[in-house]
Design a protein around this ligand. Structure first.
Ligand SMILES: *[C@@H]1O[C@H](CO)[C@@H](O)[C@H](O)[C@H]1NC(C)=O
Ligand SMILES: *[C@@H]1O[C@H](CO)[C@@H](O)[C@H](O)[C@H]1NC(C)=O
Ligand SMILES: *[C@@H]1O[C@H](CO)[C@@H](O)[C@H](O)[C@H]1NC(C)=O
Ligand SMILES: *[C@@H]1O[C@H](CO)[C@@H](O)[C@H](O)[C@H]1NC(C)=O
Ligand SMILES: *[C@@H]1O[C@H](CO)[C@@H](O)[C@H](O)[C@H]1NC(C)=O
Ligand SMILES: *[C@@H]1O[C@H](CO)[C@@H](O)[C@H](O)[C@H]1NC(C)=O
Ligand SMILES: *[C@@H]1O[C@H](CO)[C@@H](O)[C@H](O)[C@H]1NC(C)=O
Ligand SMILES: *[C@@H]1O[C@H](CO)[C@@H](O)[C@H](O)[C@H]1NC(C)=O
Ligand SMILES: *[C@@H]1O[C@H](CO)[C@@H](O)[C@H](O)[C@H]1NC(C)=O
Ligand SMILES: *[C@@H]1O[C@H](CO)[C@@H](O)[C@H](O)[C@H]1NC(C)=O
Length: 647
């Protein structure tokens, strides 16, 4: 009898399991595997008519259309790069600023070829769904090719090219932008769940619901002074809590006591295309002022650069747009190599407010982390250009648009200092540059402090300071649980130009404190929101950047705590956000359990009570199954069952 029941419940569980594993696709209006004519899928892209004109005129499913589109994007990008190369060979007919802008385009097209090749490899190798992290990787890369294209286009436009460059280069740039946007839309349609990208992941981690504070700084330091470090090829430094894999350590010191005297020399010996599993190539940069323009190329992967502290190890430069550089090239420190980590370093651009755009750090490195670093500049200090980035316990100083770009980026426990700009200017802390509604990018500021720097605080009259302004149409910025000082104007946010982007942008505030955090006098744009904990949770490190997959290996401390103030519990049916749950008022209603799930739960409950009367085994097995459920509905159910004393 017990065996039969076991078998029956086993079957039921498999069925249930299948149903819920398949549930993300149920959320689509259109099953991705279903063949449809091109105009049906094109409706979901920002450019339906361009989409229809290049997709093959036959029925296929979303996956096939996406593959086709990404492949087409790749061939168009090769084509575009050849065009740029041709132009650059005829330098004599070009102005200095045109050459500079074209070089940026050449570089960015090279990155796009890599990103498209990698994306195509992933989606060509699968017939259907992908794991969450892979979906996020591809969405990130396809978001970045649009950003790179935009950067190329912006650079060319501000170089005010002559007629011929304008027509021959800018036209395909605009044309390819549409194609990239369609590729991203089709990929999103086919693979990205309707639910906020990180939501499934977040719910999966919710049961931890605790702070993970991994302090690796001290142990890396110990590693540095441990002579055995450089002797063994792979050293696993561990304090029992976290592990940082170190492949090699070199020291940079200006007094000649290290392996090198300049940072660029140290970077040159770092291995090419190293894998994360080999561990970090650590460059320890001793205290000193390094007047170097540092560039970490794409093949220098998993570099970790550690200084002696903010104001001790300083990397400085003074390139600016007024001095003839593009914004992109003005950076004192630029990084593209994925997996980059920096700690305890000050990065500066000293060009000053009158030199306009002058970047201290430009970061286009995927899965990059800056911990305990300082970024000092005026206009455009920190260019969070593209891909996924995390900043923890950093100080960022600047005036106009001083944190700008189109990465998916989270700032945790940072200090944002507004400085005194030029007369007549105002400060915008952020100028987020999202251009496409399907990009997974945005700037999330969590548990930070926004204050005036000394020069602004002591100035008479000073200048107005805003939380952000929309550099591009789909600009997205969130401030949560942060301290906002009186330096921020009561309206909070500033227009870019008239009503540009005001209804397409997404600006949100959640649970901020301080005299500048009062939202009563804030702008009333359609895209501005004061959000609740459930929405804010989408922009935490764990949800927005799926950080639990990659930050731990850096050893950098981070908070994966939920934004929610109280505990969360499941509620039944359609209930209001934030409303107390009927059965227990200490639980806030942030998870909804549908009536269908409730019926399911009752069936399972009955089943359990029968089965568990016989032996304890099914419980163990069922518990194992539950822990595997990624669907939030099951987290809710499991919690409900726990409350009912099922286990
Ligand atoms: C696509 O094919 C169908 C039937 O094969 C035809 O009726 C239609 O005109 C075609 N559309 C285009 C845009 O070529
Ligand atoms: C794409 O996948 C198909 C079938 O799996 C394979 O034959 C083809 O070589 C792949 N294309 C590329 C460019 O990898
Ligand atoms: C524009 O893009 C389409 C594909 O989307 C391509 O076939 C066409 O050649 C492109 N035109 C130019 C001028 O690049
Ligand atoms: C946050 O994620 C939830 C669940 O995916 C979604 O319903 C909600 O719209 C998201 N909120 C925002 C502001 O993106
Ligand atoms: C960073 O610098 C501070 C003080 O300068 C020091 O206490 C800390 O150990 C350093 N961290 C690392 C990782 O070197
Ligand atoms: C760096 O210097 C240390 C100590 O002087 C030495 O053991 C190590 O081999 C050097 N590493 C490189 C890459 O030169
Ligand atoms: C990395 O590749 C470059 C050529 O692209 C080569 O010159 C250099 O020696 C390589 N570095 C290492 C450490 O292998
Ligand atoms: C670095 O120096 C500046 C100027 O002296 C000072 O305001 C700041 O607090 C210092 N930062 C740290 C982390 O010591
Ligand atoms: C930039 O810094 C260099 C080196 O310190 C200096 O020689 C140069 O005059 C500076 N340029 C400007 C415009 O400040
Ligand atoms: C928020 O930041 C402050 C100061 O940076 C820090 O002391 C505090 O622990 C942080 N809170 C959380 C929850 O991480």
């Amino acid at each position: 009898m017990a065996n039969k029941l076991f078998l029956f419940s086993s079957l039921l569980f498999s069925a249930v399991n299948l149903y819920f594993l398949a549930s993300p696709s149920i959320a689509y209006e259109l099953p991705p595997n279903h063949p449809v004519p091109p105009e049906t899928v094109c409706k979901f892209t920002p450019y339906p008519s361009s989409c229809k004109s290049f997709l093959p005129n036959r029925t296929a499913n979303v996956y096939d259309y996406a593959r086709f589109s990404v492949k087409k994007s790749l061939s168009q990008t090769f084509h575009f790069r050849r065009l740029v190369n041709r132009y650059l060979r005829r330098r004599t007919v070009l102005s200095q600023s045109e050459i500079a802008a074209l070089e940026d385009c050449q570089f960015l097209a090279g990155l796009n070829i890599d990103y498209l090749t990698s994306s195509f490899g992933t989606i060509n190798a699968t017939r259907g769904a992908l794991p969450t992290w892979k979906t996020d990787d591809v969405q990130t890369l396809l978001s970045a090719i649009l950003t790179n294209q935009q950067t190329c286009s912006d650079g060319l436009q501000s170089a005010s090219p002559s007629g011929s460059v304008r027509n021959v280069i800018l036209a395909p740039v605009a044309n390819d932008t549409k194609l990239y946007s369609i590729s991203l839309a089709l990929f999103t349609k086919g693979w990205v769940p309707k639910e906020f990208p990180g939501a499934a992941q977040k719910k999966n981690h919710r049961k931890l619901n605790q702070r993970l504070l991994l302090k690796a700084s001290s142990l890396i330091r110990r590693g540095l002074y441990d002579q055995s470090v450089t002797k063994r090829k792979l050293l696993q430094v561990s304090d029992g809590q976290s592990k940082v894999l170190v492949a090699d350590v070199v020291t940079v010191s200006q007094d000649g006591t290290g392996n090198f005297t300049t940072i660029n020399d140290a970077i040159a010996v770092a291995p090419n295309n190293s894998a994360a599993s080999n561990g970090y190539f650590v460059i320890y940069v001793k205290a000193g002022v390094y007047e170097e323009y540092v560039s970490i190329e794409k093949k220098k992967k998993y570099l970790m650069m550690i200084g002696d502290g903010i104001n001790q190890t300083i990397i400085t430069g003074n390139r600016s747009v007024v001095n003839g550089w593009t914004t992109f090239k003005s950076a004192t420190f630029a990084v593209v190599g994925p997996g980059f980590v920096a700690m305890n370093i000050t990065f500066r651009n000293t060009a000053g407010p009158s030199e306009h755009q002058a970047v201290a750090v430009r970061n286009s490195a995927d899965l990059s982390t800056f911990y305990s670093c300082s970024f000092e500049g005026y206009q455009d200090t920190l260019y969070t250009h593209s891909l996924r980035q995390f900043y923890r316990e950093c100080d960022i100083y600047g005036t106009v648009d001083f944190i700008f770009g189109n990465a998916a980026v989270v700032f945790q426990n940072c200090n944002l200092y507004a400085r005194l700009p030029m007369t007549g200017q105002f400060n915008a802390i952020t100028a987020q540059g999202r251009t496409d509604p399907n990009q997974n990018t945005g700037t999330s500021i969590h548990n930070c402090t926004v204050k005036a720097a000394d020069d602004l605080a002591s100035s008479n009259g000073g200048a107005k300071t805003y939380l952000g302004r929309p550099w591009k149409e789909y600009s997205r910025t969130v401030y949560m649980q942060s301290y906002i000082d009186s330096v921020v104007d009561p309206v909070g946010w500033r227009e870019w130009n008239g009503d540009y982007a005001l209804s397409t942008l997404y600006y949100a505030e959640h649970s901020n404190t301080g005299p500048g955090s009062e939202t009563a006098k804030r702008v009333t744009w359609p895209g501005y929101h004061v959000i609740n904990a459930a929405d804010a949770a989408n922009f935490t490190l764990s949800s927005f950047l799926l950080a639990d997959n990659w930050v731990p290996q850096t050893g950098v401390a981070y908070t994966s705590v939920e934004v929610t103030a109280g505990l969360e519990g499941p509620c039944f049916g359609e209930m209001e956000e934030g409303k107390d749950c009927g059965f227990d008022s200490t639980f806030r209603c942030n998870n909804y359990v549908s009536y269908a799930d409730l019926v399911l739960f009752v069936v399972l409950l009955c089943l359990f009570s029968v089965v568990t009367n016989n032996d304890g085994l099914p419980i163990v097995w069922a518990r194992g199954l539950f822990t595997r459920f990624r669907s939030w509905r099951f987290v809710g159910l499991a919690r409900l069952m726990a409350m009912q004393g099922v286990w």
